[in-house]
Design a protein around this ligand. Structure first.
Ligand code: DGL
Length: 268
């Protein structure tokens, strides 16, 4: 048993989409969330820069007792997780675009991955997509401007709808029926995406629930789950200013309220 917190980090607030699934799966675990607001977005940064930024965050989180670190950022996973695993003993769980479930369930045989430039050019993604490319056609697309729209609270604006339409329509025109959200910010655009998709039979695939299951598995294997009945505490940290940190907390509390309501109404 270990009551120390799990840590979750991202370039900004996107990783809260993963954090939320961990809260759902492991309600007795305390969690520290770190959003690198001062350096967001990571998408176009060099690998060396991503390693430098991620390492500073990992040290910060280890100093505060993290027992497991979730790299809730596809770009940071692609650029830095091998380095982090080689240099720090704490267990890391990273993101991976959900190519497998999309490829296995596609009926049209055409799937698309939406992600940042850093993720799409990473070794992890290249290898995974090669593995599945014999069975399905895999299209890729950078969500241009998506992260900035989400970071500035405009996920449901007309600008967001235009950006999503510009990105997604050409994919749908090619017969895509599974759209993988390969950046942890993108689930915050789910409503806008669904509006643009309309009644076309396209499924959005978010790997976050699978990541939460993996966190549970790793803690169980290591016998490091929190004690039964442990009262979870949620802390929010950021390299940004206090206003940014406050926004992370506000988002987190809003998501917690959603979880509470779901639990009360017994629906997912
Ligand atoms: N949320 C991030 C990801 O999953 C990074 C977005 C960014 O900072 O560009 O890739």
């Amino acid at each position: 048993m270990n009551n120390n917190p799990i840590a979750v980090f991202d370039s900004g607030l996107g990783g809260l989409s993963v954090w939320k699934e961990i809260v759902r799966a492991l309600p007795e675990e305390s969690i520290m969330y770190y959003g690198d607001g001062a350096n967001c977005p990571y998408g176009g940064k060099s690998q060396a820069e991503i390693i430098r930024l991620s390492e500073a965050i990992v040290r910060f989180l280890l100093d505060r007792g993290a027992k497991l670190i979730v790299v809730a950022c596809n770009t940071a996973t692609a650029g830095a997780i091998s380095y982090l695993r080689a240099h720090y003993a704490v267990p890391f769980v990273g993101m991976e675009p959900a190519v497998k479930p999309a490829a296995e369930h596609s009926e049209t045989g055409v799937i698309a991955i939406l992600a940042t430039a850093g993720t799409l050019k990473g070794k992890l993604f290249t290898e995974t997509s090669q593995r599945f490319s014999a069975g399905v056609k895999i299209l890729t697309r950078i969500g241009e401007g998506f992260v900035e729209l989400i970071e500035t609270g405009r996920a449901n604006s007309t600008q967001a709808e235009e950006a999503v339409r510009r990105t997604v329509e050409p994919l749908l025109a090619q017969g895509v029926d599974r759209l993988v959200l390969g950046c942890t910010h993108y689930p915050f655009l789910a409503e806008t995406l669904r509006r643009v998709i309309g009644d076309r039979p396209v499924e959005l695939i978010d790997p976050a629930p699978a990541i939460a299951r993996r966190v549970k598995e790793v803690l169980t294997e290591r016998n490091e789950l929190a004690e039964a009945g442990h009262l979870a505490k949620y802390d929010y940290f950021s390299s940004g200013d206090e206003a940014y940190r406050g926004r992370l907390q506000e988002y987190g509390e809003h998501l917690l309220l959603g979880i509470k309501e779901e639990n009360e109404h017994g629906k997912k």
